[in-house]
Design a protein around this ligand. Structure first.
Ligand code: GL4
Length: 833
């Protein structure tokens, strides 16, 4: 528990943040200068947006200087670097983060104040950079923050989506999707680099040719070429010693290709081709944990991988020319899930077809350069592409995959399991059947030197249930790196009140070395500290109550329990179980107006994939229930339900500091890690959770007595699945559960329209309740009751919150990065003068 570890890091002094000689006066002058000469406006008429851009420009003067120094240092030291390939980077807002990491947030705030501006209003101008769906994309954003903070040479590579994750609105309580316009008027946080444009071939056919010496070669004649334009987003490390980049590729029609059409008189046709090429980076696919299998998605994946690899090779060749022997000592490419797996055959193609390496040397380089992170066990998320689609879009890559597979099955699988066709079929990169498929997970495992899961239990399940034969074939290839979150964004910047208190108690180094917070555990029983801590929680809740009122019109009591579930909407995350519990509480209150419970506000933030019908039905049901419950005078405001529209990073930053309870209620075995759980616990919330993903490690760190664990564990889930799960058993044996399920068939929450909420009941009974919400319901309800009675014990509650904040040091994404560096990437830090 709290005091069990004394860390070496707790004793040593972390390096101080780089100090910029930017005081308030300098900052003021700089903002004015940029208002005049960059924005072409003036302080008497500047819009909030102009103020925001001028402030960003003032900060950028420093960011660009550090970026230049960083790139110089990396070039001169010729360092090994990690290339984090990810289809998603969920960055959120950048201005506040950059000001914090530059160490000039207060100077900027004072400067703006002197200029008659309120920094919080100015910061609110910035749209979120929402180039990701959820946890996987936000993890990538935290990781690149940590890599820069720790002075590691690293580049994030991704897609410059014109439209990020859709904007969610509610109309008649239903989710509707609107396009996200994060850069409608440009963004001050990115730099276009036309000098590093890449060409990306697609479609066409492959020809077999022979060179002068009679060697057989493959020549790909693409049917189309599109152009990749890089946009660099500077990633400012904490203290701003290192500024790395996130390089995002935008697709355009390729000029030289289009000229032919144009000259042939096809002006109109060439415009259509432009539109098609631009479509590649137009929108983010809004599915978290599902694979659509669409051609455009495969093209997106190939597009950014091809651009990135050519970019990596260009940089490598500048230092090493044609000598490929050091490629894998200089470069490691991390595949963030299987989305960039096509980079493996692409690197083979570049090395073999374009740079004339022989197959074996090229394959050795590949296998020494790629590592793969698995982020989910959900079968619908494991990417598979129809062979026919692959062949049409990437004919040469399909040939290469066949050859990789043939050699793998003959040289490795056959040697280990001679004559065992069953194992060969299981391990083959190609799935046989009516429509043959390329299995991207298999390709990633075969082509990588390390494969990791994202929390201890998840990594065990990857080995035991997902890839057992691969684990036997490649001993030591599978490992774990538990996820983490950046404490700069998720405590320092988002919770300034608590941050100030922590700094007062443990000094200013905790945003680098989160283990330092262990020291506050010694105040956990100190009434004065408890008061300070809880006053801050209350102040954050008061702020949140104002935001809730503004966004939803619902009035909530800041002294009520703020019970929060924020994450993508998915059956496995079991928002529907939370819904059933809300109905149970409501029913208890209606039956007995004196029912003993603390006032509670259940808050949701969540988007559903646009094509996920049941998920959208759950949102609709929650909105209908909220309407009814919130306006029911009989329950005297003891229960409120709030569904905040358009949940995103910026909303998370407001909600997390105000949370009392953190709902992490997935069916055990299905949430690979979770990262919201870490953010909420760090800000003091008690986890109401199953023994799933990182919840297990959170409970280990905080101590079981400071979390509310419930439900079946992974073994029990698997046992029940094996034995045959029947949700009707729980329906008939639990009267309260039966009553709330039956309620969904009435028109109580949808007056005049009975049956509108029935799909939820149906999925839980006729549909077989695939995520066993009914099996865990009673235990969940008991855990919630336990949480309620603990909340009544003010001192005990304060103590538990303080211990949560004190013990989350492990979940610093800096620790995750050091784990990757030690076990996988083997990087060396590169100090930047
Ligand atoms: C996810 C997992 O669902 C989530 O548990 C995990 O924390 C995250 C980052 O590792 O990755 N996998 C996919 S797919 N989306 C996620 O958010």
């Amino acid at each position: 528990m709290a005091t069990k570890k004394t860390t070496a890091s707790a004793k040593k002094k972390a390096a101080p943040a780089a100090s910029f000689s930017l005081n308030t006066t300098d900052f003021k002058e700089s903002i004015l200068k940029h208002l005049h000469s960059t924005l072409g406006t003036d302080e008497n008429k500047a819009s909030n947006r102009a103020w925001a851009e001028a402030t960003a420009a003032a900060a950028n003067d420093f960011v660009y200087e550090r970026l230049r120094q960083t790139q110089k240092a990396h070039f001169e030291a010729d360092t090994r670097a990690v290339h984090y390939l990810s289809a998603e980077f969920l960055m959120g807002r950048l201005l506040s983060n950059n000001l914090h990491n530059l160490g000039v947030f207060d100077a900027a705030a004072d400067a703006l104040k002197d200029l008659g501006q309120d920094i919080s209003v100015i910061l609110d101008e910035e749209p979120d950079m929402a180039l990701g769906n959820g946890g996987l994309g936000r993890l990538a954003a935290c990781f690149i923050d940590s890599l820069a903070t720790l002075n590691y040479p690293a580049i994030g590579y991704g897609i410059h989506y014109e439209h990020g994750l859709f904007r969610q609105e509610f109309r008649d309580n239903r989710q509707i999707e609107r396009p996200d316009e994060w850069r409608e008027y440009g963004s001050p946080f990115e730099i276009c680099r036309p000098e590093s444009v890449q060409q990306v071939p697609l479609f066409g056919y492959v020809e077999t040719v022979f060179d002068e010496t009679g060697n057989m070669k493959k020549k790909w004649h693409p049917g189309r070429v599109i152009k990749g334009i890089p946009w660099d987003v500077p990633i400012v490390g904490y203290g701003a010693e290192t500024v790395n980049i996130l390089r995002l590729w935008e697709s355009r029609a390729s000029d030289f290709f289009n000229w032919d059409v144009f000259n042939a008189g096809g002006y109109i046709d060439s415009q259509a081709e432009n539109a098609e090429a631009e479509a590649v980076s137009k929108v983010l696919y809004p599915n978290d944990e599902t694979e659509a299998g669409k051609q455009l998605r495969l093209i997106q994946q190939y597009f950014f991988c091809a651009c990135s690899l050519k970019d990596i090779i260009r940089r490598y060749s500048r230092a090493h020319g044609n000598d490929w022997s050091k490629f894998s000592t200089q470069n490691v490419m991390q595949l963030n899930d299987t989305h960039p797996a096509v980079a493996i055959p692409e690197l083979m193609r570049l090395l073999v077809d374009e740079h004339d390496l022989n197959w074996d040397d090229a394959w050795t380089i590949c296998r020494e350069s790629f590592a793969y992170t698995n982020h989910t066990l959900l079968p619908e998320a494991l990417e598979k592409w129809d062979v026919s689609l692959f062949e049409r879009v990437l004919p040469r890559h399909l040939e290469i995959i066949y050859e990789i597979n043939r050699r793998f099955l003959e040289d490795e699988v056959e040697v280990k399991w001679p004559g065992n066709d069953e194992i060969k079929a299981k391990l083959s990169i190609i799935e046989e059947g009516d429509s043959r498929k390329v299995r991207m997970g298999h390709l990633s495992v075969v082509g990588s030197f390390k494969v990791n899961g994202v929390a201890q239990i998840h990594s065990e399940l990857v080995k035991k249930d997902l890839f057992p034969e691969y684990d036997a074939l490649f001993p030591g290839k599978f490992t774990n790196v538990t996820n983490g979150i950046t404490p700069r964004r998720w405590l320092k910047a988002c919770n300034p009140r608590l941050s100030a208190l922590l700094t007062e108690k443990v000094g200013e180094n905790w945003p680098r070395d989160l283990e330092l917070l262990r020291d506050i555990a010694k105040y956990a029983d100190d009434p004065a500290f408890q008061k300070e801590y809880m006053d801050i929680k209350l102040a954050n809740k008061v702020d949140m109550a104002a935001t809730i009122l503004e966004l939803t019109g619902v009035e909530v009591d800041p002294t009520a329990i703020f019970d929060i579930q924020i994450k993508r909407l998915h059956e496995y995350k079991r928002q529907q179980m939370n819904l059933l519990h809300i109905l149970a509480l409501y029913r208890r209150l209606l039956e007995n107006p004196d029912y003993d419970m603390n006032p509670r506000v259940v808050i949701f933030g969540s988007k559903a994939a646009p094509g996920y019908k049941l998920a959208k039905d759950i949102i609709y049901a929650l909105n209908c229930i909220a309407e009814k419950v919130n306006s029911d005078a009989r329950i005297k405001g003891k229960l409120k339900v709030v569904f905040l529209p358009n949940y995103r990073v910026t909303i998370a930053e407001k909600l997390i500091p105000a949370a009392d309870l953190s709902q992490q209620i997935s069916l055990a075995g299905y949430e690979a890690s979770g990262t919201g759980n870490m953010k909420l616990a760090l800000n003091g919330a008690l986890t109401v959770g199953t023994l799933d993903g990182a919840n297990i490690e959170i409970a280990e760190e905080a101590g079981e007595e400071n979390v509310c664990i419930f439900g079946m564990n992974v073994d029990e889930v698997q046992a029940l699945q094996a034995q045959g799960y029947n949700p009707w058993d729980y329906y008939y044996s639990n009267p309260e559960l039966k009553a709330v399920l039956d309620w969904l068939d009435t028109d109580y929450f949808t007056p005049g329209k009975p049956g509108e909420l029935s799909s939820i009941k149906r999925s839980l009974l006729d549909g077989g309740d695939p995520y066993m919400a009914l099996a865990d319901f009673q235990s969940y309800s008991d855990a919630q009751k336990d949480a309620d009675s603990r909340y009544s014990d003010k001192a005990g509650w304060a103590r538990a919150m303080i211990i949560n904040t004190a013990t989350m040091g492990k979940f610093n994404s800096d620790r995750s990065m050091e784990d990757y560096v030690r076990d996988i990437w083997k990087l060396t830090k590169c100090p930047v003068k």
